[in-house]
Each structure stands twice: as C-alpha cells, then as structure tokens.
Design a protein around this ligand. Structure first.
Ligand code: NAD
Length: 260
C-alpha cells in the first residue's frame, strides 16, 4: 500500500514503535528509525527490516526532548528519502509518583518527550505534506489520554495534551489529504510496562507472572495485553485510503479499559 513512501517513527528501537515501524515496512514504506539503544542492536533491527520487507531504512538518534535534534532528524529524513509521508509520534517515557513528590525534572522530561516532541515533528513535517497534499500523522497517546490514573500526573497531562494536539492538527488540515489521529493503547507488555510489573512484583512480594495478572486485573477487562503488532495494524488502517475521513479521533485499543 505504501511502496515508495517514507514513514518516520519516533522511539522505534523498541516496543510499540518497533511494532509499528515493521507494520509500515510490511506495506512497502521506507522507514526512518529513531530512539535510544545499543548501536549493534539498532543495526540488527535495520538489517532485519531491510531483509524481511525489501525496503530502505535509516536511523537518527535525535533525543526527543531536544528541539534542535528533532530539527536535525527531520532534515536528515528529507535528505535520505525526500520527505516524511507518514509521521508516527511514539517516543515516550513514564515516571510514577504522587504530585507533591513528582521530581520537577521528570515532569519537564515527560512533557518534552511525550508531548512537545510531537508538536516539533508535526510542524516540521506539515509543509512537505501540504505541498504533496497527502500525509498521515499518527500520535501514540494512551488510555491515559482519555482517563487518569493516580501517580501519573505528567504522563496523563502529556497524553491528554497530545489528544488535543491531534484534534487541532486534524482540523487545520481537514480540507487537505493530510489526516491526524491518535491511538490510545491500554497495557502493552513492552520495556516501559515491564518496569512497572517488576516494581509491583518487588513491592508486593509476588512473582512476575502474578504481578502481570494483578496489573491487568485492575484496569484491563480482557485480562490480556495489547500487542505492538495489533497496534501496528491499527496504524496501517489509519494510514489507508479507507481511513481518509477518520480525522482527529483518539482511538483506543485497550481490552475494554475505557469502556468501564
Ligand atoms: P518502550 O520503552 O518500549 O519504547 C520507548 C521508545 O522511545 C524506545 O525506542 C526509546 O529508545 C524511545 N525513547 C525514549 N526516550 C526517548 C527520547 N528522549 N528521544 C528519543 N527516543 C526516546 O515503550 P513503549 O511501551 O513501546 O511506549 C511507546 C509509546 O507508547 C509511548 O509513547 C508510551 O507512552 C505509549 N504507550 C505505551 C503503553 C504500554 O502499555 N506499553 C500504553 C499506552 C501508551
């Protein structure tokens, strides 16, 4: 579906971002990877995607908390492949503490990485998308873009913010071939969530498996994790012609979390 197009996925060296990058590569899109990690592992990911899907890939190590590095990444993507047709704002971090104990530098980092980075990539991608009258911007929000949970003030604020940014970007481009939508996952078993599982196992003195079950049972009625592959398929749908009138939505894939 996307042969010759370019998809840039922030935070795609791991977890959901990697799942989404692979889903777009399976559609023939060239991929610009971004995110942290061991360079050997990142090279291996790129080699695997090139080999498996016969697409081109590139990697930029921009730190999503730094606007100048984001600008450099967007210039790099344009130099490599001409433009970014599909932008997936996925990079994100989590920190858990009550508001009065929340470290100020963690608040600033979460707002910068989980929210402001999407403003920067979007403002930089739009001019070329407008010139071509085609583009897909997909923001990976969270169920926490729709509802709150205790001890996640910065994350919930950033995710509600990105849902707002999604709506405004969609409206400003409503008469064009550019759509902007958000995906709101429930629990997905990635390194970000594994940390919370490990903490629960330690705090409650229970096994890792029991901690997973306890985490899911609190919020996710299906009792199962959402997978990066399932989220990749939803992102591909939102980028399809069939979804050209899906604009400004915050679409949850959450095992029933928000239905409660
Ligand atoms: P993850 O920790 O597996 O991956 C995060 C990615 O972001 C990694 O590639 C990491 O290197 C990158 N990253 C982190 N800080 C960065 C920075 N400053 N600059 C550039 N890249 C950076 O996490 P994940 O669970 O795959 O999360 C991906 C997105 O999905 C996040 O926005 C997260 O909030 C969201 N999300 C996750 C879940 C879940 O249950 N895992 C649920 C809802 C939403």
């Amino acid at each position: 579906m996307h042969k010759g197009k370019t998809a840039l996925v922030t935070g795609s060296t791991s977890g959901i971002g990697l799942g989404i990058a692979k889903a777009f590569a399976a559609q023939g899109a060239n991929i610009v990877f971004n995110g942290f990690g061991d360079m050997k592992e990142i090279d291996a990911i790129q080699a695997d995607v090139k080999e498996q899907f016969k697409v081109k890939t590139a990697y930029h190590n921009a730190d999503m908390s730094k606007p100048a590095e984001i600008e450099a990444m967007m210039r790099f993507a344009a130099e490599q492949f001409g433009a970014v047709d599909i932008l997936v704002n996925n990079a994100g971090i989590q920190y858990v503490a009550n508001v009065e104990d929340f470290p100020v530098e963690k608040w600033d980092a979460i707002i910068a990485i989980n929210l402001s980075s999407a403003f920067h990539t979007t403002r930089l991608a739009l001019p070329t998308m407008k010139a071509r009258n085609w583009g897909r911007i997909i923001n990976i929000a969270s169920v926490h873009g729709l509802v709150g949970s205790a001890q996640k003030s910065a994350y919930v604020a950033a995710k509600h913010g990105i849902v707002g940014l999604t709506k405004v970007t969609a409206l400003e481009n409503a008469h064009t071939g550019i759509t902007c939508n958000a995906i709101c996952p429930g629990w997905v078993l990635t390194p970000l969530v594994q940390k919370q599982v490990d903490a629960r196992s330690e705090q409650q003195g229970i096994s890792i498996e029991a901690a997973k079950k306890s985490l899911l049972s609190e919020k996710q009625p299906s009792g199962e994790f959402v997978t990066p592959e399932q989220l990749g398929e939803l992102a591909v749908f939102l980028s399809s012609d069939a979804a050209s009138q899906v604009r400004g939505v915050a679409w949850n894939m959450d095992g029933g979390w928000v239905a409660q």
